[in-house]
Ligand binder design. Structure first.
Ligand SMILES: C[S@@+](CC[C@H](N)C(=O)[O-])C[C@H]1O[C@@H](n2cnc3c(N)ncnc32)[C@H](O)[C@@H]1O
Length: 321
């Protein structure tokens, strides 16, 4: 189907195109970035405060402990955050640094602008310039960023949502967006016992289930869908071969529905694959950074080895082999 035809029907043409393509595959799938409409961003924020969801708490602890060291290694920088969401972790970094300008980038525009407004009020000395966009594409940053070298900030283990080849491509794209002499501070979740991981993605309050199911509600809202949402159940799996948590939406019965003018059928027990969250030991993460054009400089982990923050510098072209 042409982009023009999709646009004529409903909603964001890129969302419609991804959904129509993904639901036509043998393993139905929808890319995780579409979780984040305003409701999805709110639900994610609630998830980060759950007792089971250790990544946010742990990464905040690491930032509190090590932001001063990051600041010393980085020097004066423009800070560009990728997938900034609520920017809850950002003040811990900016408060320790000599920052000229802060550019939060997120695909969830309304939520981004509200978070940026709150941050600008809390940190009046920082020039906050939010940029709505998809960080998987090379982005043109505001001219103010060019005044000092950039520090990319990519917390939350969002890199884990991408399979390794795409994660490598994304790290390269982020390098191109940030330019020469850039540094990157990135948080990456570690491998750990499967039960702990499953609990983090299938919490007792059902918030992660609501986050997952909101994707179907978003399709109904924005793409003229009639998906019977109550016919689906949140499912979390550990995929040993890929070292990743997977989130799926499992059909509880045979169903037929429409999205963006197309008809689909799903059989009982069949799933829509909605998210991957790859886990990396420190050695693997360092290798991933190198493959993506970044030279690891330092890393900091919590005592339980749950989560690691990596500081890296952009590898000079002449050294990339
Ligand atoms: C896992 S959340 C992390 C949020 C926050 N950085 C944290 O550490 O808690 C992922 C964030 O990235 C944003 N996001 C996901 N895919 C994106 C994309 N392709 N381009 C821009 N933002 C994206 C989402 O809207 C969301 O705010």
């Amino acid at each position: 189907m042409s982009a023009v035809a999709v646009r004529a029907r409903s909603g964001d043409p890129a969302f419609a195109a991804d959904v129509l393509t993904g639901l036509s595959r043998p393993q139905k799938t929808v890319p995780a970035r579409w979780f984040y409409d305003h409701r999805g961003s709110e639900l994610f924020e609630e998830i980060t405060r759950l007792p089971e969801y250790y990544p946010t708490r742990t990464e905040i602890g690491l930032l509190k402990r090590h932001a001063a060291e990051v600041a010393e290694l980085a020097g004066r920088r423009a800070v560009v955050e990728f997938g900034s969401g609520s920017s809850r972790k950002t003040p811990l970094l900016l408060g320790a640094m000599d920052v000229s300008v802060y550019v939060p980038i997120d695909i969830s525009g309304e939520f981004l602008r509200a978070s940026a407004r709150a941050l600008a009020e809390a940190m009046p000395g920082v020039n906050v310039i939010p940029q709505e966009g998809d960080f998987t594409h090379r982005l043109d940053l505001p001219s103010e960023v060019a005044q000092s070298p950039a520090l990319g900030f990519f917390p939350g283990s969002t890199i884990g949502n991408f399979a390794a080849p795409r994660a490598v491509a994304l790290l390269q794209t982020i390098g191109e967006t940030l330019g020469e002499d850039a540094m990157l501070l990135i948080g990456i979740d570690r491998k750990k016992p499967v039960e702990r991981l499953i609990r983090a993605y299938d919490d007792s309050q059902g918030l992660t289930a609501a986050f997952n199911l909101n994707l179907l509600e978003r399709m109904n809202r924005e793409l003229d869908g009639d998906i019977p949402v109550e016919g689906f159940r949140h499912e979390v799996r550990w995929n040993t071969d890929h070292n990743r948590i997977e989130m799926h939406l499992r059909a509880e019965r045979n169903m037929r529905f429409h999205v963006a003018g197309e008809a689909f059928a799903i059989a009982e027990g069949e799933t829509i694959h909605t998210e991957n969250s790859h886990k990396y030991n420190v050695d693997e993460a360092r290798l991933l950074l190198r493959a993506g054009g970044w030279t690891p400089l330092r890393d900091w982990s919590d005592e339980a080895g749950l989560f690691t923050l990596y500081l890296a510098s952009r590898t000079k072209k002449s050294l990339q082999d």
